[in-house]
Design a protein around this ligand. Structure first.
Ligand SMILES: [Zn+2]
Length: 317
């Protein structure tokens, strides 16, 4: 009997305890509104401590099943995401939506596919193509380097259902509108998902909060600005960014929109005055003093000014 009580107490305490990452704290799903739950991930780059968990896995509580958006960056993290979901709902995961091709958002598909082989996986056509051409393996290699091999055992599960701008999905009694109005913004494969029932928008990495984004050659900072303005024009109350805290437009969309718009404005001005990008950088840093505590600011601001400079120059040709 004593043994049974001890066992029951152990089971109860493990149920109550959220997923804990040593050095980073507890991670569990927060309820944002009637139907949407988000686990806000750490804000750093992938490292040995976070094991590559840096994004915001989220789920929508549908009629007979759950819709999962961006299950995170590895099989291991995906399994922990699943364990936390199961503490909230016993409904099966019927659909998974990947917002773009960056591995920190979708390599966790592996864990979901293992447990729910019948779930349908959705993504932008370009993401599916990139993933079919080895993008997942490339991310696994990069993340293994950054995390000291913590992605061992993760296999890329490529979505099979292609979705694009203005598509409407009906899943588990829910209406989802897909937005992808530009050929590229944060990446070349972004979709934003609007959950009509709860007036929630999942921005993917078009939205960041307290952390700055990364812009590679496939991205467009100009379009990222426009897509954030577009996001604000929708009939939406709750915004879930790819990284950082969710909230309303003022708390979640405006700060990053201001960050990017300030870079655009100052680079355009400097370009007109025949300044080089490294001469413009200190002017931008001064204007963006309030962002000094954003994760990645110091490392990225020079690159962001340079990328914007190239875009401004291209538009001038
Ligand atoms: Zn991304």
């Amino acid at each position: 009997m004593k043994k049974l009580i001890t066992l029951l107490a152990l089971v109860a305490s493990s149920m109550a305890q959220a997923w804990t990452i040593d050095g980073l704290g507890e991670f569990k799903f927060e309820k944002l509104n009637n139907q949407v739950y988000v686990m806000h991930g750490p804000l750093q780059n992938p490292n040995a401590i976070n094991r590559g968990f840096i994004n915001n896995p989220a789920f929508i509580d549908g009629d007979n099943g759950l819709i999962l958006v961006d299950p995170s960056g590895s099989k291991y993290i995906g399994e922990n995401v699943l364990a936390e979901i199961e503490k909230i709902s016993s409904k099966p995961i019927v659909a998974v939506i990947n917002t773009h091709a960056h591995g920190d958002h979708w390599l966790g598909n592996h864990a979901i596919k293992d447990k729910y082989p019948n779930a349908k996986f959705y993504a932008h056509m370009n993401m599916i193509k990139e993933a079919q051409y080895g993008e997942g393996d490339r991310w696994i290699e990069v993340f293994n380097e950054m995390t000291g091999g913590k992605l061992k055992g993760t296999v890329p599960i490529v979505p099979s259902y292609s979705i694009g701008d203005q598509d409407t999905l009906q899943i588990a009694g829910q209406t989802l509108h897909v937005h992808s109005p530009f050929p590229s913004s944060h990446s070349g494969s972004d979709i934003m998902v609007e959950h009509k029932n709860s007036k929630t928008l999942f921005t993917g990495d078009n939205g960041f909060n307290k952390r700055v984004g990364r812009f590679d050659s496939a991205s467009s900072m100009h379009n990222n600005i426009e897509i954030l303005k577009f996001a604000k024009s929708l009939d939406v109350e709750t915004f879930v960014p790819g990284h950082g805290q969710s909230g309303n437009a003022a708390s979640t969309i405006d700060p990053y929109l201001h960050y990017l718009s300030t870079i655009k404005q100052e680079v355009a001005k400097g370009y007109e005055d025949d300044l080089s990008d490294f001469e413009i950088k200190p002017i931008v840093v001064e204007k963006l003093k309030d962002y000094e505590d954003w994760s990645g600011f110091e490392d990225s601001i020079g690159r962001h000014v340079n990328k914007m400079f190239i875009e401004v120059e291209d538009r001038d040709m």
